[in-house]
Design a protein around this ligand. Structure first.
Ligand code: SAM
Length: 398
């Protein structure tokens, strides 16, 4: 694989996947795929796996298509890698069982609900479905480097205080509020501190104007601190004492200044929840707009780059990323945007077959005669506008 951040391989992914180790010279860290959902809809690509018309066989045909492809994906994944698969209600039950079979149910990390259509589907009868799913599996849950947290999940409103130089923080009690920790269970953390509620200064040793402060629970029983003496001596500026109102009258307590550290490398992250809202990751509408701006309205069901960027954020910033149902090339676009935003060196391999676009579709009318032409057009436009380069590779002939 050369220098380009975005690489495209045209072909049936079942043929291409086994050639990737030789083509790339490295194992893949992160797979994101958005396979056909088997909805029967008239998209630019085939989305109907009906064989004899019965519901059961439609699912079976879809599973038969997916099983060897997921197996081949597992073979190219690094031991520390992970796979994210988008799916909706049509096949989520079958996909979940299939993923358990191929990756092992012990490697399931999450079944995320993604609110990609906030208004809800208004066509047809029944509920206005406004979500789909992303299934997340590790290649090996004990060894994966996936970090299910994000700086974006941190809510600034949880840090209501600001220093004169603009740094946001909040006060956390230095006292351990968990009753399991007390002078009997954590003897070395029960000691008196000295503090001046006027200046806020805190110390392990007495000083002029200081009063002695013992750690106590709200009901007056003895408690313990969360920090040891040496840590308090090391970081006195991150502590403050003040008068607080309590049931038993006013008392003086000690607080940690807990900094937001939004833009600090390696700064604060928060665990990602398993419902992802359109306002956080984008929607199908914003995805169509992103694609329209680069190449036109040539694909009906793209994913928003925000969704893929959130996924990228769970893996190291030099990850080798693979999308072998690439469609309009959203994953490659997201990789280029994320690298531009955080200086990462991720590379992305996109694979799509030369499936013909439907005559009369926008893509066909724009001269994009195969879905692979759509992928190429977007990745080239991404290289031109965002940067990172673009290269097309051919799998070796069998
Ligand atoms: C749901 S779309 C992916 C959309 C994509 N996530 C995006 O944001 O544009 C599925 C894609 O898989 C492609 N595809 C279906 N079967 C394939 C196969 N066997 N090999 C390679 N690509 C395939 C289709 O052409 C289609 O572009």
């Amino acid at each position: 694989m050369g220098e380009a951040q975005n690489v495209f391989v045209e072909g049936d992914n079942l043929d291409v996947l086994p050639t990737l180790p030789a083509l790339l010279g490295a194992a893949v860290d992160l797979v994101y795929i958005d396979p056909p959902y088997n909805t029967g809809n008239d998209f630019a690509y085939v989305d109907d796996f009906r064989s004899d018309g019965s519901r059961r066989s439609r699912h079976q045909a879809w599973v038969a298509m997916m099983r060897p492809r997921l197996g081949a994906a597992r073979d190219v994944l690094a031991e520390t890698g992970a796979i994210f698969v988008s799916i909706d209600d049509n096949e989520v039950a079958h996909l979940r069982l299939l993923m358990d079979e191929v990756f092992g149910e012990e490697n399931l990390l999450a079944q995320v609900v993604v609110n990609l259509n906030p208004k809800g589907r208004q066509l047809g009868k029944g509920f206005a479905t406004n979500h789909e799913y992303v299934l997340v599996y590790a290649r090996d849950a004990r060894r994966t480097v996936l970090d299910a947290s994000s700086p974006d999940a941190v809510d600034e409103r949880d840090f209501p205080l600001t220093t004169p130089d603009g740094r946001r923080y909040r006060h956390l009690p230095l006292r351990n509020t968990n009753k399991k920790f007390n002078p009997l269970t954590a003897r070395t953390l029960h000691f008196a501190l000295w503090g001046d509620p006027g200046s806020g200064r805190v110390s392990t040793a007495p000083f002029d104007g200081a009063v002695e402060i013992e750690p106590v629970f709200g009901d007056g029983r003895p408690a313990v601190w969360r920090w040891s003496r040496p840590l308090i001596d090391e970081r006195p500026d991150d502590l403050v004492c003040r008068v607080v109102k309590a049931r038993a009258g006013d008392r003086i307590d000690v607080y940690q200044r807990d900094w937001l550290q939004r833009d600090v490398p390696g700064g604060r992250r928060k665990k990602l929840r398993t419902i992802w809202l359109a306002e956080e990751v984008g929607s199908t509408d914003t995805a169509v707009a992103e694609l329209k701006e680069l190449v036109g309205h040539v694909f009906e069901s793209p994913k928003p780059t925000g969704l893929v960027r959130r996924i990228l954020g769970t893996m190291p910033d030099d990850a080798l990323v693979l999308d072998f149902f690439a469609g309009s090339g959203t994953t490659g676009h997201a990789v280029a945007l994320q690298n531009a935003a955080d200086g990462g060196t991720r590379r992305c391999v996109s694979v799509n077959s030369a499936e013909p676009t439907r005559p009369g579709s926008n893509a066909h009318s724009a001269g994009l005669l195969t879905v692979a032409d759509i992928t190429r057009a977007r990745l080239q436009a991404v290289a031109d506008t965002v940067g990172g380069g673009y290269e097309e590779l051919s799998p070796p002939r069998p």
